[in-house]
Design a protein around this ligand. Structure first.
Ligand SMILES: Nc1ncnc2c1ncn2[C@@H]1O[C@H](COP(=O)(O)OP(=O)(O)O)[C@@H](O)[C@H]1O
Ligand SMILES: [Mg+2]
Length: 227
């Protein structure tokens, strides 16, 4: 589903990613652990096309986002980007929109869906997330855990082939970690491929099919920090 080869990225003189290779299979949950500053968020932003790499190849299900450091034309680039969902660390919900508004915005604007269809799909996602009673609420009326589920719902509304999560437990009360893990496992059971970044080792062990470790811009297989 996701194939990364030789990915390199520097900010000025600082090399943040120094040749990353990674494959995430269909329906697999890959988790990257590692200390702060190791390049995890930068890797995720490159995969999502929010950051351009300097060298390397990123492929989503046989479509190149970039090939040997060369990016596709904007139209094709955006087409590939649409197939990747991202749940941000701080959720990034639209504060002036209701829960429903947050879920239907991108399907209408990005996918060109009709409002009625986008609303139907959004309601189904909210049911799956146990949020149907919050459909008309605004983000400020929600708890941290609910906000995160809306953020996940908003990413799902674009029907991505790959979902990426940046530190999904870091902004939540510790008691909610298990709940997020369950939600991620149930998405995996439905066949969703996921790439998750965390520095929470317990959470990583709970959700991962495969664990990788990242430090100083290098990715290794397995959890080198606890094993
Ligand atoms: N936009 C940027 N400009 C300059 N340096 C950056 C930028 N984004 C990240 N960095 C640097 O890249 C390194 C890796 O950061 P990051 O990818 O956020 O790591 P992690 O998510 O593992 O904590 C850090 O040293 C950070 O300061
Ligand atoms: Mg980070």
């Amino acid at each position: 589903m996701l194939k990364i080869k030789g990915l390199k990225k520097s900010f000025g003189e600082t090399e943040v990613l120094n040749g990353i290779d990674l494959e995430v299979n269909s329906g697999e949950v890959a988790v990257i652990v590692g200390p702060s500053g190791g390049g995890k968020t930068t890797l995720l932003r490159c995969v999502n096309g929010l950051e351009f790499c300097d060298e390397g190849t990123i492929m989503i299900e046989n479509n190149y986002l970039c090939e040997n450091g060369v990016y596709k034309e904007k139209k094709d680039f955006n087409e590939v980007r649409k197939s990747i969902g991202l749940v941000f660390q701080n959720f990034n919900l639209f504060p002036h929109m209701s829960v429903l508004g947050n879920l239907i915005e991108a399907p209408i604007r990005v996918l060109g869906e009709k409002e009625t269809k986008a609303k139907e799909d959004a309601k189904e996602i909210l049911r799956f997330l146990g949020l149907e009673n919050k459909i008309d609420s605004y983000p400020y009326e929600l708890s941290g855990g609910q906000k995160q589920r809306v953020a996940i719902g908003r990413a799902l509304a674009l029907k991505p082939k790959l979902m990426c999560f940046d530190e999904p437990t870091s902004a939540l009360d510790p008691g909610l970690t298990g709940e997020v893990a369950e939600l991620i496992r149930s998405l995996a059971k439905d066949g969703m491929s996921m790439l998750i970044i965390t520095h929470d080792m317990d959470f990583a062990e709970k959700v991962a099919d495969k664990i990788y470790s990242m430090k100083n811009g290098t990715l290794l297989e397995g959890n080198v920090f606890t094993n």
